[in-house]
Design a protein around this ligand. Structure first.
Ligand code: ATP
Ligand code: MG
Length: 552
């Protein structure tokens, strides 16, 4: 792990800081499902801990009761485990620290560093000033410590209405950094909290809670995205003001968030897609949520590999989604068993094969890993409609009238006759096999340009196959427009109802990956039942990222 954050950690260790070891955390707010951007943060935080033989906490940053829910708490844990990381016994809730936060706030008041303000939210905004003008001090700013303690306690006891009073840090209304102009640190909200219920009527603001959560958990390096850079002075001010030792207290380091072409990485927008039913749910295989990627058939190893390869940057940029797909393809190429499936079937009758005869041919499961299975071969088979062309150009090396092609794992066949319906549509082909052309036969090595896949008509299993394209249409740079609902791709899901698959895949569990020869990588979907197989296409075989790499 070589990145600038690791460098900073090593510098800190050399300087004699953090002698108890490295301790990071992943701090999701449980207000939605995790997405691919969170995967980067998870890999980074857990990865830094592993690399430095330290530990990483899972912490639910649940200080905003109105948007949070246990459904999200559960899904987040499932997703992190699936990615392959372990918080052991260190699962925490920011809401467990509500009493401590309160005590720290009282301590700030006692030190003359916080005050209760009567200004309304609107007035606070007006008093705040602008980037070019300093702010104005609130008339409540110089309340005595006693008065502040009394008012803050009464805020907690519910004596005031929502929004009637707030607690603010007392720093500097003229600071060039607006975050330092007496930020609000506590507000009154009568809301039910999914973890603490109705215990609290006042809630800490994120900027106040986060450094304290880190300090309470003895976090050493608090890694977050760049938009928090301007908040770091307050992070440090707060911990300094409360007397945390600079050699052991947490340190905030910002990195560039992951943005991917063709992809939404905002919980709010993802929630809109689910709530307004533009997708089938949070785990719709077109979603950039971790559960969506999982259902799509992306593997944890591929996602971790991707996060490692993109590295950690100090300025924002957009990563080409082709790179993520490349990582998935690499993993599946290595690990997925090969089978034959036909998505758009055309019947072929092999006129010199006996009716009722079944020959079991051995077929290799994987070019490198080996293993074999039996594939039934019969008089009637199906091939891909695209693999036959009546008026074929010279360079068409698949099946054409009078032409020959090899059936994968089987015989060379010759197309003798094309059968059509009254409208002139091709309905079946009559072909003959070269009986000595299978593996080990006298004409096995006869030179034939094309090899196509096929399935036995009497043995193939029916399946529903779901083919996906990007959920959103983008500009030429892959950027999703602001009005993403208008950019929804109407062809992002194509369902093939009657695909045919070789029988060896019967009874495989949801989540099992295959390469359908020549068609791409597929995964068994959770919708599969003993009566009906359902597959998702994970990625096609064509690797646009490898192409980009080789051309540059
Ligand atoms: P969103 O903007 O989608 O609501 P968030 O930042 O509000 O995301 P949190 O639950 O607060 O979501 O995120 C948990 C952690 O994941 C934070 O440390 C955050 O910085 C990090 N994170 C969120 N989005 C990304 C991203 N796109 N790339 C890298 N890290 C991210
Ligand atoms: Mg956040």
């Amino acid at each position: 792990m070589v990145n600038f954050i690791q460098q900073e950690i090593e510098n800190d260790l050399k300087a004699g800081k953090y002698t108890d070891g490295i301790h990071t955390r992943f701090p999701p707010e449980p207000n939605g499902y995790l997405h691919v951007g969170h995967a980067k943060s998870i890999c980074l935080n857990f990865g830094l801990a592993l690399y430095n033989k330290g530990i990483c906490n899972l912490r639910f940053d649940d200080t905003n009761p109105t948007k949070e829910d246990v459904e999200y708490v559960d899904s987040i844990q499932e997703d992190i485990k699936w990615l392959g990381f372990d918080w052991e016994d260190r699962k925490f809730y920011a809401s467990d620290y509500f009493s401590k936060f309160y005590e720290y706030a009282v301590e700030l008041i006692k030190r003359g560093l916080a005050y209760v303000d009567d200004l309304s939210a609107e007035e606070i905004r007006q008093y705040r000033g602008t980037l070019t003008e300093p702010g104005k001090e609130s008339p409540c700013r110089n309340r005595s410590v006693e008065e502040n303690l009394n008012l803050f306690e009464r805020m907690k006891a519910g004596e005031f209405a929502d929004g009637e009073k707030v607690l603010r840090a007392k720093i500097d209304m003229a600071s060039p950094n607006i975050n330092m102009r007496d930020p609000v640190i506590y507000r009154i909200t009568r809301a039910h909290h999914h973890h603490t219920g109705g215990d609290w009527l006042i809630y800490p603001m994120y900027d106040f809670a986060h450094p304290l959560e880190d300090a309470i958990e003895n976090i050493t390096h608090s890694v977050c995205t760049l938009e928090f850079e301007d908040h770091r002075p307050f992070y440090d001010w707060l911990l300094d003001s409360l007397g945390f030792d600079v050699n052991s207290r947490p340190r905030q380091i910002e990195f560039a968030r992951l943005d991917l072409t063709n992809t939404i990485t905002s919980k709010r927008k993802l929630r809109q897609l689910v709530e307004e039913k533009f997708v089938r749910g949070w785990d719709d295989p077109r979603m950039s949520t971790i559960c969506g990627l999982r259902r799509r058939g992306y593997t944890p190893a591929a996602i971790r590999d991707f996060c490692e390869r993109i590295g950690v940057a100090k300025s924002n940029s957009v990563v080409d989604i082709a790179m993520l797909e490349h990582c998935v393809r690499e993993d599946l190429n290595e690990n997925a068993a090969r089978v034959m499936a036909v998505l758009n079937p055309l019947k072929v009758v092999l006129t010199n094969v006996d009716e009722g005869a079944v020959e079991y041919l051995t077929a290799e499961n994987h070019p490198k890993r080996g293993g074999c299975r039996y594939v039934p071969f019969t008089r009637e088979i199906f091939i891909e409609r695209d693999d036959f062309m009546e008026d074929a150009p010279k360079k068409f090396f698949r099946l054409k009238p009078g032409g020959e092609v090899r059936l994968k794992h089987a015989y060379i066949i010759k197309c003798d006759e094309v059968i059509k319906d009254a409208d002139g549509n091709v309905t079946e082909l009559h072909c003959t096999i070269d009986p000595t052309s299978k593996s080990g036969g006298a004409t096995a090595n006869r030179k034939i340009k094309g090899t196509i896949h096929w399935v036995s008509a009497s043995h193939a299993l029916k399946a529903e196959v779901r083919l996906y394209d990007y959920l959103l249409k983008t500009d030429e740079n892959g950027n999703v427009p602001e009005d993403f609902i208008a950019a929804l791709n109407p062809n992002s899901l194509i369902v093939v109802e009657n695909a045919l698959i070789e029988p060896s895949v019967k009874w495989t569990a949801a989540g099992t990956h295959y390469q359908f020869l020549r068609l791409g990588y597929f995964v068994v979907d959770y919708d599969t039942t003993p009566e009906k197989l359902v597959f998702n296409r994970v990625v096609g075989l064509k690797d646009t990222w490898a192409k980009v790499k080789n051309n540059s």
